[in-house]
Design a binder for this molecule. Structure first.
Ligand SMILES: [Zn+2]
Length: 190
């Protein structure tokens, strides 16, 4: 049976992802190539899954009064290109051609402002719980697709904690980089 390609990029849109739009983006600087993928985790409230609050947060539609934790992030305007839910479903909030607001103050291999030249992928998760197998599968398949579409990414895959050490801890100790790279290798050789 032939392998059916699940994801494809057309004009900065990931076909195969559910499209949700976030107002939190701007233009990448001129002549900037995409050359890095940044992996994150997020859960709202922390370590609780489902509920749709992350989606609302990235769309500036979160009701801050729903949970005490939400008041600590009230008014923050952030986004990501992709969010991978616990079910493995992939959501896209910002077109890859645009600059999403996920990395903040950051540096990768001496280059500052990672948002300028990276794609942000958030996994619904936390620093104290394992991720789901289906999330690794989706992340690997999407990453293989992005590496093919944006060849300068090559093996430039970093965690938020790698580009903002001391300030950020995600994707956290439960994120299994070895498993991710092994599955990625598998998808690239299909
Ligand atoms: Zn992060």
């Amino acid at each position: 049976m032939p392998h059916t390609v699940k994801f494809q990029v057309h004009d900065g849109t990931l076909i195969g992802a559910r499209q949700m739009s976030s107002p939190n983006y701007n233009q990448r600087p001129e002549h900037t190539e995409i050359q890095l993928i940044v992996v994150h985790n997020i859960s709202l409230p922390p370590s609780q899954f489902g509920g749709g609050y992350i989606e609302q947060f990235f769309q500036n539609q979160l009701d801050w009064s729903v949970h005490p934790y939400f008041q600590t992030i009230e008014g923050m305007q952030v986004s990501t290109h992709l969010l991978i839910l616990r079910t493995g479903e992939v959501l896209q909030f910002v077109n890859f051609k645009n600059r999403a607001w996920h990395a903040g103050r950051s540096t990768y291999l001496g280059q500052k402002e990672c948002n300028d030249y990276s794609i942000g992928i958030e996994l619904e998760g936390s620093d104290d719980l394992p991720f789901e197998e289906v999330q690794y599968m989706a992340l690997s398949e999407v990453t293989a697709c992005l590496q093919q579409t944006y060849p300068q990414i090559q093996q430039h895959l970093a965690g938020h904690s790698d580009i903002a050490p001391g300030r950020k801890t995600d994707p956290g100790p439960y994120f299994d980089w070895v498993k991710f790279r092994q599955q990625l290798h598998h998808f690239k050789n299909k």
